[in-house]
Design a protein around this ligand. Structure first.
Ligand code: NDP
Length: 453
């Protein structure tokens, strides 16, 4: 490791003890920024990166609510307002028991680069709670969301900070939070994205992250004159991103053989077709069941439960050409990455945020495969959130075709930025450097223009 990465790594670890995911995200980006500091030393003298690792504001609050048994429950709420140099803070809310300050800081940090890459005027933020919506009734989820928004509302606004969904936060949760915001502020504004279509949402927003990750894979393959048609794909997760990744892959003629949730994964050698995907969507979005039920309905498939004591995930150990990690952070470790390479995978497009550990990333880069990191590959979600904000401001909804066309154009541009910047900084084909540097430059220049704030 070089001196700059060592120094910033040590400083961030000392100031943010125990926040391992945040340390990991910073170190990964720092390795790219070192190249920028060498080529353009003025960024070093302005200490841009050193400023970017410090959030502009961190908000933490109590979220009390009452469950269906009349018992009081207490969760913790967060919002990290990371960087507003190029626009209002923007980034999702995550409701999951694993949520803590370090995870949200890593997500907010990644979001700054991702949002910059979209070329839309949006800064970076992230938030959420350690609340677990799994197994809760609709009424419990509503009471929690109302309590959460009763504090968050004073920190956000359509020109200040515009949250969206993430793990555990879908259309239902956004609806309850939007309702409470509107009630408290007496304002109907585009303060959240991912809204319902009847009340300010954008067509294609639910699909955007998954579709975008597939468009990114298609762009990468095009550099080798190949397409997704006929390719076998491993997809993890079975939530929003996994579902629409699968949908778009099917449309483009690929074969999808896996899906998962936190309890285990299914392997369907025959491929997950439209009918099977419809079953999964109903299972996950309506009945809120477990992926295990897939094999009850389609007995040719095999279910393997998660083994918390294992040091690899067997989902990544099947023959395929493409992988779309779409569940959560660090779901591909070094061993998994090696399994993917050994099984013939040469396209990895990350729908999830930071799903690959640092040693896994290194293996992909050394192998020279087509590897798009999350901040580039999954930027389609926030991009369409940005388009939702534009539609809200103009009070004019766009057609499905219009939004999808813009999403495809944005993903094409992100791909080009990655390729051009990687080349410009002497690491052709390295989408990690391309994305980190492409995201950094625009924010850095804006920070210099705006002075020491
Ligand atoms: P959902 O809540 O809709 O789905 C998440 C899926 O991942 C579920 O299948 C869930 O299983 C699984 N999962 C979650 N945590 C774990 C875990 N610790 N171990 C194993 N599996 C897990 O979330 P999304 O699809 O929206 O998000 C998935 C990923 O994509 C996240 O990394 C998110 O940050 C990223 N992302 C999402 C965007 C969006 O627009 N939604 C935008 C950009 C990135 P279970 O139900 O058992 O928990």
């Amino acid at each position: 490791m070089n001196q700059f990465v060592d120094d910033i790594g040590e400083a961030v670890k000392a100031k943010n003890p125990g926040e391992i995911e945040f340390h990991q995200a910073v170190i990964e980006v720092a390795e790219s920024i070192e190249l920028v500091y060498e080529k353009y030393p003025h960024y070093r003298s302005y200490k841009i990166f050193e400023r970017m690792v410090e959030p502009e504001r961190v908000i933490m609050f109590r979220v009390p609510w009452m469950d269906d048994q009349g018992e009081i429950q207490i969760n913790r709420g967060f919002r990290i307002e990371m960087n507003s140099a190029i626009g209002p803070y923007k980034g999702g809310l995550r409701f999951h028991p694993s949520v803590n300050l370090g995870i949200l800081k890593f997500l907010a940090f990644e979001q700054v680069f991702k949002n910059s890459l979209t070329s839309l005027p949006i800064g970076g933020g992230k938030g959420g709670s350690d609340f677990d919506p799994k197994g809760k009734s609709d009424n419990e989820v509503m009471r929690f969301c109302q309590s959460f928004m009763s504090e968050l509302f004073r920190h956000i606004g359509p020109d200040t900070d515009v949250p969206a969904g993430d793990i555990g936060v879908g259309g239902r949760e956004i609806g309850f939070m939007f309702g409470q915001y509107k009630r408290l502020k007496n304002e109907f504004t585009g303060v959240l994205t991912g809204k319902g279509l009847n009340w300010g949402g954008s067509l294609i927003r639910p699909e955007a992250t998954g579709y975008g990750a597939v468009y990114m894979a298609a762009e990468m393959l095009a550099t080798r004159n190949e397409t997704l048609e006929g390719k076998t794909c491993l997809v993890s997760g079975s939530g929003n991103v996994a579902q629409y990744t699968t949908e778009k892959l099917l449309e483009l003629g690929a074969k999808i053989v896996t899906l998962s949730d936190s309890s285990g994964y299914i392997y369907d050698e025959k491929g997950i077709d439209r009918e099977k995907l419809e079953f999964v969507m109903d299972l996950k979005n309506v009945r809120r069941g477990r992926i295990k039920e897939y094999v009850d309905k389609f007995p040719d498939a095999v279910y393997t439960p998660s083994d918390p004591s294992a040091d690899f995930n067997p989902l990544w150990n099947h023959k395929a050409q493409c992988a779309f990690p779409s569940a959560t952070q660090n779901e591909i470790n070094g061993k998994d990455a090696q399994h993917l390479l050994d099984n013939g995978v040469y396209v990895v497009s990350e729908g999830a945020n930071m799903p690959t550990t640092l040693d896994g990333v290194k293996l992909f880069l050394d192998a020279g495969i087509l590897y798009a990191p999350g901040k580039a590959a999954n930027a389609g979600g926030v991009a369409v959130s940005g388009l939702e904000m534009a539609q809200n401001s103009s009070r004019l909804p766009w057609t499905r075709e219009e939004v999808d066309k813009r999403l495809q154009m944005i993903m094409k541009n992100i791909h080009k930025t990655c390729v051009d910047q990687a080349e410009h900084f002497g690491t052709p084909g390295n989408y990690v450097n391309g994305a980190n540097i492409g995201g950094f430059i625009k924010v850095a220049d804006a920070m210099i223009d705006q002075g020491l704030v």
